[in-house]
Design a protein around this ligand. Sequence first.
Ligand SMILES: Nc1ncnc2c1ncn2[C@@H]1O[C@H](COP(=O)(O)OP(=O)(O)OP(=O)(O)O)[C@@H](O)[C@H]1O
Length: 212
Amino acid sequence: MVRNCRGEPALTGLVLENVSVGALREVSLTVPGGQVVCLSGPSGSGKSRLLRALADLEPHGGRIFLKGTNQLDMPAHQWRGRVVMVPADSQWWFDEVGAHFPDKAGQRLPPALGLPPEVMAWSVSRLSSGERQRLALWRALSLEPQALLLDEPTANLDGETTKAIEAWLLGEIRQRQLATLWVAHDPAQIQRVASAHYRIHGARLEPVYGSD
Ligand SMILES: Nc1ncnc2c1ncn2[C@@H]1O[C@H](COP(=O)(O)OP(=O)(O)OP(=O)(O)O)[C@@H](O)[C@H]1O
């Protein structure tokens, strides 16, 4: 645990202290700003529930701090604007893609997404799962968060697109100093993006050292 001289959680990144949700018990870790911590584990082990707890979308035990602010001390809607989760299956509310983005974000579509500017006028229903996933990542960044929770963000993408999206995300994460927790299964991807890797084993989160 990174603490300042008064023994309070460090004023950087995302800090988890003894977080328990579902079967997962007492998870403690620090995700520094600008770095990616990868999370892996068997299907059903609780990866998504942990992300949901961090986004204040699910009841949990323990304490969570963003840049030294306790989740309990911030209204949930404000917290969710700063700690933004991109679920594996993104949600869309309006018919048109562009209605989900602030004006400027729609005009500044990053080339790395590999999508034409006209995508903002497309209907959500015509999007492929990979197009949805890429747009959900851009939508999350458009909220200008301080921490990102990514649930298998490249699951629907081919190998080449995965690497392009990884590189773009890493650039954004470093430039914006985003504390990022990234659920991934592919050891090669984890090696490319992670500064630390933890795996769920039963009820516990365990650090993974070296290659997976
Ligand atoms: N709201 C809930 N209440 C009770 N149990 C839940 C709830 N949400 C999920 N679960 C259960 O908690 C367990 C962990 O679910 P979770 O979605 O976190 O798994 P996961 O590790 O992300 O799995 P996958 O890799 O398959 O996506 C599962 O057994 C799931 O059925």
